[in-house]
Write a protein that binds this ligand. Structure first.
Ligand code: IFM
Length: 470
């Protein structure tokens, strides 16, 4: 392998602690395809992506990266990278198509084959139970704003743990419940595409409840040594100025973006200011006795997904915006501003300091809770050159900068146990379809040919070295 390092020399090597977990991550609907095979039924994302106008270019996850049929090749790619861990998600409609009742063996068998191939390759499987693909039947009965969905999730968690618990030692209940609740039910840019702010707040509460009930179901089905966790996309919120009004804008976004999950899960309480901010929408009477105790079942680590920071200021007086907001309780009060600096193909600012800020905040607020970066990465418009090689120096620089931030946080006393690149493969990037490429492995979606990008070679070197070269 040729050596690739697109970053300026920094002088010193940054070594990560022994046992640091180096991984990659994917999600079922984004890569599997085989949407109607072996008993799988539609999820909310099948319905949403097949609805004209919802996804760029009319793209769907019907075939995606065809991982369902190319799983062995993809595990081979990871083995060559040298990763210690692979974070994947289980498609609920593949293993329990209606969201109720017994599991479908053919669906479970796929994940059993995947896990066996990983273990054979010396890679630790990290299974996420929910990465946004709710069985459509459960949405038809009310979806996440409906309490029963939380109970259904706990049953599903128990089924999957019963089937795979003998070989999967690391489990995550939810990936990014903020996106599922607020992009799915408030702004409607994600499935199921509803624009009902009160329903989104209910959904957020039911995600917290489902997480806690899921933790209980997992603990009941798994050996004591198994790890159980949750992944949040926390927002590194910065106030534009130090004025009271701008700081209040940041507080509002922190409440409905971060503390809406952190407080129930780690402290068994609702943020008081959030309840106040949202009083015109709900009295929160859907939170029943015992819910917050369930939500705060202890977990073994917290997964953090980070891409870019959020800069806010107090809104200027004016007519309300026409687009539905994903921030109930903050509409008309907060203005979002572009952070300075270079941007990725998603138009997201590149700012590795935001990751350091979040990690050290969690160090201070959640002492004793180990952290894993369960997603970090960047989309760029990668193209194979005439010889088929994919040069992606910006992605290498992005990953390098963010790994340096993780290293700095560790040096400053933060207990970070691992880092998983998003993503192993180019994939279905939700409302953007196949137009955005996050993979360190390029996928030609016409032929399904996989080509490791320069960043894949660079990441393999980082893993082999246990850190960043000087
Ligand atoms: O592709 C997504 C992933 O599914 C969840 N976290 C953010 C990624 C990039 O948008």
């Amino acid at each position: 392998m040729t050596s690739v390092d697109a970053s300026p020399a920094t002088g010193t090597a940054l070594r990560f602690p022994p046992g640091f977990r180096w991984g990659t991550a994917t999600a079922a609907y984004q890569i599997e395809g085989a949407a109607a095979l072996d008993g799988r039924t539609p999820s909310i994302w099948d319905t949403f992506s097949h609805t004209p106008g919802k996804v760029l270019g009319g793209d769907t996850g019907d075939t995606a990266a065809d991982h369902y049929h190319r799983m062995a090749e993809d595990v081979g790619l990871m083995k060559r990278l040298g990763v210690s861990d692979y974070r994947f998600s289980v498609a609920w409609p593949r293993v329990q198509p209606t969201g109720r009742g017994p599991a479908v063996q053919r669906g479970l068998d796929f994940y059993r084959r995947l896990v066996d191939a990983l273990l054979e390759a010396g890679i630790r499987p990290v299974a996420t139970l929910y990465h946004w693909d709710l069985p459509q039947e459960l949405e038809d009965s009310g979806g996440w704003p409906c309490r029963d969905t939380a109970e259904r999730f706990a049953e599903y968690a128990g089924l999957v743990a019963g089937a795979l618990g003998d070989r999967v030692a690391s489990w995550t209940t939810f990936n990014e419940p903020w996106c599922a609740a607020f992009l799915g039910y408030a702004s409607g840019v994600h499935a199921p595409g509803r624009t009902e702010p009160e329903a989104a707040l209910r959904a957020a509460h039911h995600f917290n409840l489902a997480h806690g009930l899921g933790v209980r179901a997992l603990r009941a089905a798994l050996p004591r040594s198994a790890e159980v966790s949750l992944t949040l996309n926390l927002h590194a919120v910065r106030s534009l100025t130090d004025s009271a009004a701008d700081r209040d804008a940041a507080r509002r976004i922190d409440a409905v973006g971060n503390r809406i999950f952190l407080d129930p899960v780690f402290h068994g309480r609702l943020p008081r200011d959030l309840v106040r901010d949202t009083a015109a929408l709900t009295d929160w009477s859907f939170v029943r006795d015992g819910d917050l105790a369930a939500a705060s079942e202890p977990i073994d680590w917290l997964g953090l997904n980070y891409y870019s920071p959020t800069v806010v200021a107090a809104a200027e007086p004016g007519p309300p915006g026409t687009e539905a907001s994903p921030w109930p309780g903050a509409e008309g009060r907060v203005r979002f501003l572009p952070a300075p600096g270079p941007r990725t193909a998603m138009d997201w600012p590149v700012d590795a300091d935001g990751l350091y800020e979040l990690l050290t905040r969690l160090r201070d607020e959640l002492p004793g809770v180990p952290l894993l970066i369960t997603e970090n990465g960047a989309a760029y418009a990668d193209c194979p050159d005439a010889r088929g090689a994919v040069h992606d120096p910006e992605r290498i620089a992005y990953l390098r900068g963010h790994l340096a931030s993780v290293h700095r946080a560790i040096e400053d006393g933060t207990d970070v146990r691992g880092y998983f690149v998003w993503s192993l493969l180019d994939n279905f990037e939700w409302a953007y379809g196949y137009s955005k490429r996050f993979g360190i492995v390029h996928v030609d979606f016409a032929t399904q040919r996989r080509t490791p990008k320069d960043s894949a070679r660079w990441y393999a070197e980082v893993i082999a070295r246990g850190g960043l070269a000087p």
